[in-house]
Ligand binder design. Structure first.
Ligand code: PRP
Ligand code: ADE
Length: 177
């Protein structure tokens, strides 16, 4: 990536030590989205590799995946599908339980939001263990969608998320490490 663009992204992400638990270096993207130019750049860079990939839906995972996923969907001219924490979606859902860097969680998808043959781009702010996006990909695949790739603002390289996702057939794109 262009070094100036990389600097704009990196310089606008704050690191909070020991949040939400001791030992976690929390990479905070709220500082990035508060900066209009950096937010807009992030959306362009998240979208760029998938412009000609025939994407039909963007799926974003609650909550920070919504912030980046919805503008990426608009940039690609396709619909946005939210994957949510339990009991938030009103229609019939399927669910997957997964492990986080700091706990367990369950995610749900509306059964009619992904159709067989949909070409899906997954979007989230950050890749850590890969558990969130692996669970999201499982939900999409259970409905017959094809996961074309996953686009993140940040990948934490020491935790092994990228390798885990690649092993599950998910191509990863990220803006910084
Ligand atoms: C964070 C982050 C990613 C996920 C990454 O979300 O926004 O979705 O963790 O971790 P993983 O690769 O180990 O799964 P979190 O579950 O904290 O939810 P939030 O966006 O609602 O804060
Ligand atoms: N989600 C999981 N790990 C995280 C981290 N280190 N910073 C921000 N969000 C996260």
């Amino acid at each position: 990536m262009d070094l100036q663009n990389l600097a704009t992204i990196r310089n606008n992400i704050k690191t909070i030590p020991d949040y939400p638990k001791p030992g976690i270096q929390f990479r905070d993207v709220t500082s990035l989205i508060e900066h209009g130019e950096a937010f807009s750049l992030a959306i362009s860079l998240l979208t760029e590799p998938f412009k000609n990939a025939g994407i039909t839906k963007v799926v974003g995972t609650e909550a920070r995946g919504f912030i980046f996923g919805a503008p990426v969907a608009l940039a690609l001219g396709v619909g946005f599908v939210p994957v949510r924490k339990p009991n938030k979606l009103p229609r019939e859902t399927i669910d997957e339980t997964y492990e986080l860097e700091y706990g367990m969680d369950t995610l749900e998808l509306h059964v009619d939001a992904i159709e067989p043959g949909d070409k899906v781009l997954l979007v989230d702010d950050l890749l850590a263990t890969g558990g969130t996006i692996e669970a999201t990909a499982k939900l999409v695949r259970r409905m017959g969608g094809e996961v074309v790739g996953a686009s993140f603002v940040i990948s934490l390289p020491d935790i092994g998320g990228e390798q885990r996702l690649v092993e599950h057939g998910i191509e990863c794109h990220y803006l910084c490490q």
